[in-house]
Design a protein. Structure first.
Lengths: 372, 372
């Protein structure tokens, strides 16, 4: 295996910024671009590790905020860390916990020291500092940890956002200082909302630090998708090409196809599993809402080109029935299907980049002609 | 394969009435005693067909009442029947729909013709007659269908129960008359509550009809378990030994161990899956409630002697976390475990009967010494 946290670019597309690469972690080599299913509480909702392995998932994301509150990082550490606790042998990424504190309206007080918040589980108060976030992620033992940053509201005044960026940079330094695990990569995060000047400034500041990977945070938080794509397009070039670029919390299949073209390597999102639990599934010919009566007598699989368990074994008619009858099996099967769709899409993207035809791939996909 | 619906007794225990046998259906030979997981709406809750196959489930029960209302028997028939619709290649048993009409308080009017009820799905009114129940089960295409019977309240006066039995016998004849599928066995049902005289009378009436199997209904509806065991003990001897005996809606592991000793061959019950979804799991050393704080740091599998996916891959500490965090995975893994426990228990019971030591097995199990 190559050196830990080394990132090798195997193919650089000519007409777009898309690239294929390999990022080395203590639990395996990640082939990029990669989509990381979200296992908020140490479990991808309704999908077991065996199914994640079968579909080719490489990295699972877990949320530090949730695991810190329940069952507690010390419980997981006593069980030998999150890999063992969650029975996931592949790579794990943990976020810093900051995004949930800011987005779940749990925020109580923000100071230079850190952020005080109230638990959604039992109402207790907690202080999350850069040092504490790194310490909790150390206990969880993820392969990739994220710095704690300040997430200003999307509509905050420019001066407030600017001050938040400066504080985020100071917190990034405190995270680097506190970080000790040699088997864990610590990624920096670039904020700056939809402002090209702020994004560039912060990207340059964060990229100047010795982070083995760099993330773009604070997008896909309610802005129109076009604005998000634009922000990715003007931010990614300021993140050095020789380190992996991770776009946090994104996105739809279209988001992935577009942002990979801007040079993004890593994604995570709850969309495929959340949609699945609501009976919305992805196919090569578009999204289907299984609640629609037209599927009542449809004997076809969700997607004839898909090889997942749901498509191998079950008809749309049956899956629609499970959705309508509120059966747990609907969530299980549709989640397996949607995540498999994302994995298949990412594999097709990697193939297209390797063949030097990502531009065509993008054009076909965005014109509704599906993929591979 | 032997003749359809033939029942061969391979071993008859000497000290108890327990026996091992084989019942032939169009979708395979059922080895008895057998426990049938319940798939009310055409799906065992949280457990996929591949997991049912892996644990050795032979028969799945589906509820005619639920499937008739949603998605509708005609939808399932158009998909080629319930086996294909639900992707279950093994044996299927459907009940008549009557029990739900009576027990879900959906009952609107009971006449000689049938029972009028209101749908719990959309409030619409429906008439269920013996002929209609058989017709719906014909459309579903189950391997074993059940007659429609009258289920009087457990505390109904004796005369009312007696009248209900007489009507049930007339309905049984109408079901036999209406039944046409040569690949589907129609089982009779014996009612009579906790009254030995009524049970005997009805058993003799129903056993006089050409049903290839006979069920005991109307038990485990709130009476103390000792009363239920007693009723099974005095009813089973009036069901001819050469036909399989099915105790409907029963029960706990102890119920199975006791009632098999009285000569029962078939069981179905929601207890293992319902308990699983509440975080209660069965082990060879007793029932565990995973909500109990003592499991927080317990690295052991649920049951060290169990080979199910949950026990192979996960610790009690992790499963407790999933239960406390309301993760769907808790219901999936605990359901797989509890059903596997039931399948293992039944296999151990069959082995003990074959070895001529079921008396010992019962004594050990009931003394809390678990099993094999």
């Amino acid at each position: 295996m190559a050196e830990l946290f080394s990132f090798a670019i195997d193919h650089q597309d000519k007409t777009t910024r898309a690239r294929c690469g390999r990022f080395e972690t203590a639990h395996g080599t990640i082939r990029t671009p990669v989509f990381m299913p979200v296992g908020t509480q140490g479990a991808v909702k309704a999908v077991l590790p065996r199914d994640l392995s079968e579909m080719g998932a490489q990295v699972i994301l877990a949320n530090t905020y949730h695991l810190y509150l329940r069952p507690g990082a010390e419980v997981i550490e006593r069980q030998g860390g999150l890999h063992r606790f969650a029975a996931w042998p592949g790579t794990l990424l943990t976020d810093s916990g900051g995004f949930q504190v800011f987005s779940l309206k749990a925020l109580s007080e923000l100071t230079e020291e850190g952020v005080r918040f109230q638990s959604h589980v039992d109402g207790s108060y907690h202080l999350l500092t850069p040092e504490r976030s790194v310490e909790v992620q150390r206990a969880l033992g993820s392969d990739i940890a994220m710095v704690l940053d300040v997430c200003p509201a999307a509509d905050a005044p420019r001066e407030e956002v600017s001050a938040a960026l400066e504080r985020s940079t100071r917190w990034a330094d405190r995270c680097l200082e506190a970080h000790t695990r040699s088997d864990q990569a610590l990624f920096g995060i670039v904020q700056g909302g939809l402002d090209p000047v702020l994004r560039r400034r912060h990207a340059e500041e964060i990229a100047a630090r010795p982070f083995p990977g760099l993330a773009i945070g604070g997008l896909s938080v309610g802005e129109p998708p076009e604005k998000m794509w634009e922000a990715v397009a003007f931010t990614a070039p300021h993140l050095p090409a020789e380190r992996p670029r991770y776009l946090m919390g994104v996105g739809t299949p279209e988001d992935l196809v577009r942002c990979i073209g801007h040079g993004i390597d890593m994604f995570d999102c709850v969309i495929p599993t959340r949609n699945a639990r609501r009976g919305t599934v992805y196919t090569r010919s578009g999204k289907l809402n299984l609640r629609n009566a037209r599927f009542r007598d449809d004997p076809a699989p969700l997607d004839p080109a898909c090889g997942c368990l749901a498509c191998r074994e079950h008809s749309r008619a049956y899956l629609r029935h499970l959705v309508m009858a509120h059966e747990i099996g609907a969530g299980i099967l549709c989640s397996i299907h949607n995540l498999t769709f994302y994995m298949d899409l990412i594999r097709a993207i990697r193939d297209a980049i390797e063949l030097g035809r990502y531009g065509e791939f993008q054009a076909d996909f965005l014109a509704g002609r599906g993929f591979g």
